[in-house]
Design a protein around this ligand. Structure first.
Ligand code: FUL
Length: 440
């Protein structure tokens, strides 16, 4: 049993997963014919002529997402309606048939270039579900999809993420498609070896299980391989393998000891929290952005809870960002800066004072007493995720936490110059990457 837990503590991320964790906060941009029809899921029979972002300004998109502190952007190159934002060779259901720039435009290109100019990473979303393609529902569709994917992987420079949407509905012929994800994944690895692949179940990044921004109390990146069947299994059968019930990615506990001990093997696949700044993924005039409080809480629980945060910002029909969203993004960036920004950081040194059998105590020593508001802890994940539970103490307990992983941001209200971090449980000796303290 002890050996099994130690093996779980050594399930390691890839370099591309570590880079993705460090990106932490990035944007989704949902943009297609739906922006002009007020729908969330296009029907697939939309007239290409409705797509006309006459005032498109991707530099503005990039500035807006950067003002919130985001470091990357993922564009819906094609959503379920099948309309392609780039001049693909596979179909005329694309920008080629739109009046925008007389059919000579390429939104993917403009967006990729703006990201590069603005110094943020670029990624693509290519919906497997396609309600327009006549071959959808047949083997030929997998070839068609692979051609589209290859165009995106080879013509727009370095991608940091390829986002596969698990949605699988009926195509124009009423048939559903068997997606050949193994083939799609192999193309990504071939042409963009540094990009992480997102899918409901991995391989590199998995869905958190909801679209409302709600986070788990304990988020493990090391999870049963039954959950992420396309990921690389790093441990063999566990001592109790064989009697596993079906595990789904919407459940609250998926990487805890009970579940991993009953699993068939383990994989390293971290979660992403994806949510829109508004109720819908596409822009609708009547919708308002969520409150700053809600976005900030989601940020704290995602980037500060061992997941990444993919926040969607949908452009308007003109191709510009809604001024209401621009304001909210700037407010969020300011809130982050004013809470855990450099100017709030208090110098401190950390001393390990005791350790035994996975438990450990650290003293966090400040130069002078401060009103402390946030304490951020990072595990060094290069060897694996280890911490099971911890407490922060200042006289009494001021915070009880569970997993740490890439980054845990603890909200506290305390005054003092010496805080104790007590790791009360770990799968193996914890290796810390950083501890930072922020004042009120
Ligand atoms: C879902 C889609 O059906 C939504 O339209 C949206 O793109 C969301 C991010 O993923 O599966």
């Amino acid at each position: 049993m002890q050996d099994f837990i130690k093996a779980a503590a050594r399930v390691k991320p890839s370099k591309r997963q570590l880079d993705w964790y460090d990106t932490e906060f990035y944007a989704f941009v949902h943009f297609t014919v739906n922006t002009y029809t007020d729908l969330e899921w296009g029907l697939g029979n939309e007239d290409e002529k409705i797509f006309n972002p006459y005032d498109l300004n991707c530099d503005e998109w990039v500035e807006a997402v950067k003002s919130a502190g985001m470091k990357g952007l993922i564009l819906t190159a094609k959503h379920h309606d099948g309309f392609c934002l780039w001049p693909t060779s596979t179909t005329m259901h694309s920008v080629k048939s739109s009046p925008w720039k007389n059919g000579q435009g390429d939104v993917v290109k403009e967006c990729a270039e703006a990201c590069r100019r603005g110094g943020i990473k670029f990624g693509v979303y290519l919906s497997p579900w396609d309600r327009n393609a006549s071959c959808y529902g047949t083997d030929a569709y997998n070839d068609f999809y692979c051609t589209q994917l290859t165009e995106l992987l080879t013509n727009y420079g370095e991608l940091f993420m390829v986002w596969f949407d698990g949605a699988c509905g009926e195509g124009p012929n009423g048939r559903k498609q068997n997606y050949d994800f193994d083939r799609y994944n192999a193309l990504v690895r071939k042409y963009q070896p540094n990009a992480v692949i997102f899918n409901d179940f991995g391989p590199d990044v998995r869905w958190c299980g909801n679209e409302a921004g709600s986070a788990r109390r304990a988020e493990w990146a090391v999870v049963p391989s039954e959950l992420c069947y396309r990921s690389e299994v790093q441990t063999g059968p566990s001592p109790m393998a064989g009697d596993v019930s079906f595990l789904y990615n919407t459940e609250e506990n998926i990487g805890d000891l009970f579940h991993i001990m009953h699993s068939k093997g383990l994989v390293f696949t971290g979660a992403e929290i994806d949510m829109s700044i508004r109720p819908g993924w596409f822009w609708h005039e009547k919708e308002e952005p969520h409150s700053l409080e809600r976005l900030w809480n989601t940020y704290l629980n995602s980037c500060g809870g061992n997941t990444s945060f993919n926040l969607n910002v949908p452009p308007m029909p003109s191709g510009r960002i809604d001024p209401r969203d621009i304001v909210r993004l700037r407010e969020l960036g300011e809130k982050i800066e004013n809470s855990i920004g450099e100017q709030k950081k208090v110098p401190c040194r950390v001393e390990k004072t005791w350790s035994a059998g996975g438990q450990a105590k650290y003293d966090i020593i400040l130069d002078q007493p401060e009103n402390i508001r946030y304490i951020s802890i990072m595990e060094d994940l290069t060897e694996g995720q280890r911490i099971e539970a911890f407490r922060l103490l200042n006289g009494g307990v001021i915070y009880r936490g569970y997993t740490v992983g890439h980054h845990k941001i603890c909200q506290v209200h305390t005054y003092g110059d010496r805080i104790t971090l007590f790791i009360t449980g770990a799968r193996d000796e914890a290796v810390l990457r950083d501890i930072s303290v922020y004042k009120e």
